[in-house]
Design a binder for this molecule. Structure first.
Ligand SMILES: CC(C)(COP(=O)(O)OP(=O)(O)OC[C@H]1O[C@@H](n2cnc3c(N)ncnc32)[C@H](O)[C@@H]1OP(=O)(O)O)[C@@H](O)C(=O)NCCC(=O)NCCS
Length: 428
């Protein structure tokens, strides 16, 4: 007999089916609960709520497992590239040679931005936050491609391959131009002969009179950074993308909403917060031990530690920690912040406060340091996260758009005043 769960309300039993995932996770399907009983479930922060069934990414936070379409992140980091992983996440399988060539060609063709885009950049104040610019620009991009951004679901799906490649390509040009605008530097156009990450670094750092050609190690490190951020199940920004898509919105505003959700310091903004924290520790002359004590007493938060899902080492943090060290060694650079980070990690992993609360390094603990070693300015860190996460958002949009999914509309428990009369202004 298939498994079920019984919920007893007011002495009456109600039976609900259990849904199992392919990795054996279980959930009680309470979709009929309210209709049966008038009750809803309450789960602020959604820690116990499965908002969807998804084929894309599997995370087991207790065991520190992350797999895309069944393939462990460690294997992808070792053998794949960012664009192949993006293809895997979006289309469900690793690309054949022909599929890979076609996907890469589509991305390469789309790197250039419409000339009118310059006006949008000039409309922002110089000190605008790059995440604000990125979110606005991704929405604006849809206006230049109305055939892909129609909100007619079938039409948007018919154009999906082009829209996905266009976004993955242009997000990189927009990110680089945002940085150039902020610095008052002339825009640099993409080059046809460059790889995805080389082109981004070229648009960021080349000058009209001096070509920037990154060391192979730098380009590989950036590719790895992007690959490790490709997707991560139902996190805050991906859930936001699915929520927006569930209302029928096209791909462009859906991913722009993902950018907004990613911006916060508890989500994508954490990589920036980690580097600022390490800089402050360094400037104060602390070796990290005072900061650990402050974190334990609640006076500070050890940014880059702890995770809603991982109660074990985030596998991406392990890979990034080793890659950061390798990159710095190969460049012959030393970074005192890396030394502080390693000391903080060692101390925290031996401390009962962190052990009892199962607080381990998350992806952001080392991601800021590797970006810093690559030469990316701190204010661009969260934009880099968005560039990496874009394929995951696109894959999740597609899952919503091709499924029979109802508009996402949670309920609430109302706690405000009950029925009141309107008070005229003179009587208030
Ligand atoms: C990621 C995060 C938001 C998860 O939050 P959460 O699942 O809601 O966990 P909680 O905030 O309930 O924390 C549980 C306990 O651990 C403590 N804790 C959690 N993260 C901590 C941290 N980074 N430093 C110190 N203490 C921490 C909390 O104070 C709480 O302690 P208490 O039980 O004594 O009250 C949280 O760990 C955090 O703020 N981390 C730093 C920011 C970060 O790196 N974000 C990127 C995530 S990828």
């Amino acid at each position: 007999m298939s498994e079920s769960a019984i919920i007893t309300i007011g002495g009456e039993n109600h039976q609900y089916p259990v849904i199992s995932g392919t990795e054996g996770e279980k959930s009680v399907d309470i979709r009929k609960l309210r209709a049966d009983t008038g009750y809803i479930t309450f789960d602020e922060g959604y820690g116990n709520t499965g908002s969807c069934q998804s084929d894309i990414t599997f995370v087991n936070g207790e065991q520190g497992i992350l797999r895309h379409r069944g393939i462990p992140i460690e294997e992808l980091a070792d053998k794949s590239s960012f664009l192949s992983t993006a293809y895997l996440v979006i289309y469900g399988h690793l690309p054949t040679k022909e599929e890979s060539d076609a996907f890469r060609a589509r991305i390469a063709q789309n790197a250039q931005l419409h000339e009118d885009f310059r006006h949008h950049f000039h409309g922002f104040p110089r000190d605008a936050h790059p995440m604000a610019v990125l979110g606005s620009m991704l929405n604006a991009l849809g206006c230049y491609h109305p055939e892909m951004a129609s909100n007619n679901r079938q039409q948007d799906l018919d154009n999906f391959d082009d829209a996905a490649a266009l976004l993955i390509s242009k997000v990189r040009s927009i990110a680089a131009m945002t940085y150039r605008m902020k610095e008052g530097l002339p825009f640099v156009w993409p080059r046809k002969d460059n790889s995805y990450v080389e082109n981004f670094l070229h648009m960021m750092f080349s000058e009209p009179y001096a070509l920037y050609e990154p060391a192979t190690e730098v380009a590989s490190a950036l590719d790895l950074f992007l690959l490790l951020h490709t997707d991560h199940e139902q996190n805050c920004s991906t859930s936001t993308v699915r929520m927006v898509a569930s209302g029928g919105a096209n791909l462009f505003p859906s991913v722009a909403a993902g950018v907004s959700a990613l911006w916060g310091p508890l989500h994508g903004g954490a990589n920036t917060a980690v580097v600022k924290m390490l800089q402050n520790i360094h400037l104060s002359g602390d070796d990290g031990s005072k900061f650990i004590e402050a974190a334990k007493s609640g006076k500070a938060r050890l940014m880059g530690f702890g995770h809603r899902v991982y109660k074990n080492y985030d596998p991406r943090a392990k890979i990034l920690g080793a890659a950061t060290e390798k990159l710095l060694n190969s460049l012959g650079h030393a970074d005192p912040l890396l030394e502080i980070a390693k000391r903080l990690e060692t101390a925290a992993l031996q401390d009962t406060y962190f052990i009892e609360r199962k607080l381990y390094p998350n992806v952001d603990f080392y991601s800021g340091l590797i970006l810093k070693a690559i030469g990316i300015p701190v204010e661009m860190f969260t934009v880099m996260f968005a560039m990496g996460r874009l394929p995951g958002w696109i894959a999740n949009w597609r899952e919503i758009a091709t499924g029979t999914i109802r508009i996402h509309r949670p309920r609430q428990i109302y706690t405000g005043p009950v029925n009141q009369n309107y008070i005229p202004i003179k009587e208030r």
